[in-house]
Design a protein. Sequence first.
Length: 273
Amino acid sequence: MNPPPWPGQQPGRPGFPPPAAPAGPPPMPGGPGFPPPYPPPRRGGGSTLVWLLVVGAVLVVAVAGTFAVLVFSGDDDDPVRPVSMPSTTRLPSYGSTTEPTTEPSPSYSSGGAVDPSGVLKRTITTAKGNMFTQAGTRTESCTTRANSVLLPALRRHPCVGSMYSAVYASPSKQIITSVSILRFATSTDASLVKGYTNQEGWPKLLTPSDASGLPQPKADPAYWTRTWAQGSTVIYAQSYWSNGGPTGDRTGSVFATAGELGVEVTNTLTFSN
């Protein structure tokens, strides 16, 4: 007698389970609970094209960078343009201890004031009450009267008109002073020319004229040169002993006399303008 069939039993031989179902496709690798892996990339011309595009982009960037480096490095090789700097001249003190080696120049005697301002008169009385007497005058071009140091300065900063000079004797007739007046186009020119006094740039020394009756000093006497700039005008006062002796230092009479007469002429020019 056969046992009763199992629930859902398919017909078959009695007493045996139904036959197994046919086998399906093999399971996907990766194990249960994991997604299947990506399929392997397809081999073909696409990957080669991408690789060529990447290499080409790198080459373009490299070439552009090299060109930029060449451009900027080329700028560095340009010569440095010189920068014009304004020239400066050290302004001198009122005196110079070094005497020039130029020979005294002869003077021409004339009466009255020699300069257009009427400052270099026959006699000049200073604020100290000392009266200086004219012993000769000279009017010449500035470049003719300038020594070798002052000459280049006057070529760069030419004076206006002539250089007016007069020789004066002190009240005792023992100290001779040559006063020279130069006018320039601007006060800047005057200041720059004045600065050459520190480099021994000044007018050639004048001596008394023969008509003055004063003795001529020995050749190349020692003297003090003092300089002032008043506006566009430069005033020189050059003093020495009438016998050509040593001038002494800044505390001596020769230095003081040049300052006394030079200051008087400068002040007179200031008030006359």
